[in-house]
Design a protein around this ligand. Structure first.
Ligand code: SF4
Length: 181
């Protein structure tokens, strides 16, 4: 990506409710099988969505998919909640973040860039996911989960210089856009 497009994108993205952002190389994105183990043992969405493992493929397949891009853009949005330990309340704030993720993906696409967007949670477009009986109904709209790809988000945040948390009562949502020509 040349500097002019990058500057234009940053100007456009600053119009959105993004708290922090950074450009990272694809080599800086950390993958780990351990993240996938946590998905399997602790996440109720494991095995229930095309946006999550094992539907997204193995960690190696996810890494290879990311390697096909030129670089990555990582960003955060935040939402205030009464009780950050209340999963229902916390998850209810993700829609706004996914709207921002789709808008940023659209901006990249407007500059003729290929994209692979990821967000902080599983896909919730359909009331009931088609996984595993049939293919994803909206592959162009669906945004897979960052952790589901086996990406270590705290380490990615550290490498990107982005805060992993923003204080009590604040949910910090991460988004990642892989881009390429
Ligand atoms: S768009 Fe529908 S079928 Fe595709 S991953 Fe999301 S919920 Fe599942």
């Amino acid at each position: 990506m040349d500097d002019t497009i990058r500057a234009m994108l940053e100007e456009e993205i600053r119009e959105l409710p993004v708290i922090q952002y950074a450009w990272v190389s694809k080599e800086e994105i950390p993958f780990s099988e351990r993240v996938r183990t946590i998905c399997k043992e602790e996440c109720p969405r494991y095995g229930k969505s095309w946006a999550c493992p094992p539907g997204v493929g193995t960690v190696e397949e996810c890494r290879a998919a990311c390697s096909a891009f030129e670089g990555a853009f990582v960003f955060t949005t935040v939402a205030e909640v009464q009780d950050i330990m209340n999963m229902e309340e916390t998850l209810a704030t993700r829609g706004g973040h996914e709207d921002v993720t789709r808008e940023i993906r659209f901006l990249f696409q407007q500059h003729s860039l290929r994209t692979l967007a990821m967000s902080g949670d599983s896909c919730a477009i359909c009331p009931e996911c088609a996984y595993p009986a049939g293919p994803c109904r909206y592959p162009e709209r669906m945004i897979p989960c960052i952790e589901g790809y086996g990406i270590v988000v705290p380490l990615l945040a550290q490498r990107a210089g982005i805060a992993f948390e923003n204080g009590g009562g604040v949910v910090t949502w991460f988004g990642l856009i892989l881009y390429g020509g």
